[in-house]
Design a protein around this ligand. Structure first.
Ligand code: KIV
Ligand code: ZN
Length: 407
């Protein structure tokens, strides 16, 4: 099966950063942008320049620093917005102006106070103006999934005729269902894109926990750009999570014959960097990057994993970048080294708990070659685990204890 290329549009620095508790200062945004470039995203949406001087400066700085990726700046449809975005992108090697307007009746009536024909005109003007500044213009129909489909198609057609080469269909309020969204993407493809050289993009929020499922359904239906964020941060319940989308396509390539340019071994480091910067941990059971994502607590699972990891692991920790550790536990240093690692991970064990954990550890180490921090955590009793306090070590990548063997 030939693999079709999906562009990854990262909006961690814009949609993600604008959500409560996720703000970043300029050096942090640049640091994150550099890591996103290393990760291999195709587009970094670096900010909304009209929103604040900080956003303007961030777009400018990311555009100067990141020369390999496309750098996008968001703007509404007014002239001032478009010019501000274009100015912030002046130094970009590959600039993209991303302009948007809402298309649902509820937004038109209560937010924009505009008629349908006025919004069509705003779309035409904004896209044409943006094309005077940038070759690449993306148009988003905000609240597309609650818009009248005929009208949505008319607005998208206007944007394409005015020069947009990427049309984005956001599920702004995280309302749609995979089958419904898939049908919408097919309709847009058949009625609007037809044989024109235009990319359909999707941008799914996670209010019903369906952001990733909806994005993947859209890709199967013809979307070729996915907008997403690291750790799924974003407005309200967040955006579709980058790491989940990428790994779903990689692990289930049999069902999803698509490829991205993401270096999946950078996923963990990218997630850790973001958590460190915004001082917010992902939930322990978060898919792909959660601290328990590869831990096997139940004895029956441990047994299966030891015999053959494929029993319960559909991807290896290494494939997402959980790095190895050179710590070797020996007969004499065992308890001490183990206790030290536990305290680095945020668990200070009383002597009796350490003794019990040590026995469970040696038992596991006898049977399992690679022991991860997640395994160590799983060896603790629930009461000990509940006493966890965040430490510097858990903001770094968890490490694998390699070469374990009791002498
Ligand atoms: O959720 C949304 O609709 C957006 C657009 C600006 C793309 O973030
Ligand atoms: Zn959004």
């Amino acid at each position: 099966m030939s693999q079709k290329r999906i562009a990854i549009f990262d909006t961690t620095l814009r949609d993600g950063e604008q959500s409560p508790g996720c703000s970043m200062d300029l050096p942090e945004k640049v640091r994150m942008a550099r890591q996103l470039e290393t990760l291999g995203v195709d587009i970094i949406e670096a900010g909304f320049p009209i929103a604040s001087d900080g956003d303007f400066a961030a777009v400018e700085a990311v555009a100067s620093e990141c020369r390999k990726v496309t750098v996008a700046a968001l703007c509404r449809t007014s002239e001032m917005d478009v010019v501000r975005a274009a100015t912030a992108l002046q130094k970009a090697a590959h600039p993209r102006i991303h302009t948007f307007v809402a298309t649902s009746d509820i937004h038109l009536e209560f937010k924009l106070k505009k008629s349908r024909s006025e919004v069509i005109e705003m779309t035409r003007q904004a896209v044409s103006m943006a094309r005077n500044y940038a070759e690449e213009v993306e148009f988003s129909a905000e609240d597309a999934t609650r818009s009248d489909v005929e009208y949505l198609c008319e607005v998208l057609d206007t944007a394409i005729s005015a020069g947009a080469s990427i049309i984005n269909i956001p599920d702004t309020v995280g309302y749609t269902m995979p089958s419904e969204f898939s049908r919408l993407i097919q309709i847009v493809n058949e009625r609007v894109v037809r044989d024109r050289d235009v990319v359909i993009s999707v941008h799914c929020h996670n209010d019903l926990g369906l952001g990733v499922a909806n994005s993947l359904a859209a890709v199967e239906a013809g979307a070729r750009q996915v907008e997403c964020t690291v750790n799924g941060i974003g407005e309200r319940a967040g955006n579709a999570s980058l790491e989940e989308i990428v790994m779903a396509m990689k692990v289930r390539a049999d069902k999803l014959p698509f490829e991205t340019a993401i270096d999946t071994q950078q996923l963990y480091a990218t997630s850790r960097l973001l958590s460190t910067i915004i001082k917010t941990e992902v939930q322990p059971n978060k898919a792909i990057v959660g601290r328990n994502a590869f831990a096997h607590e139940a004895g029956i699972h441990q047994h299966g994993v030891i015999s053959n990891p494929l029993c319960y692991e559909i991807m290896t920790p290494e494939s997402v970048g959980v790095p190895a550790n050179s710590l070797v536990l020996g007969k004499h240093s065992g308890r001490h080294a183990l206790g030290l690692r536990y305290s680095e991970l945020g668990y200070s064990l009383r002597p009796a708990d350490l003794e019990a954990a040590y026995h469970r550890f040696t038992d596991l180490a006898d049977r399992k070659k690679r022991i991860y921090d997640q395994d160590l955590i799983a060896l603790l009793t629930p009461a000990t685990r509940a006493d966890w306090v965040p430490t510097a070590a858990v903001t770094e990548a968890p490490r694998r204890i390699a070469g374990v063997g009791l002498m």
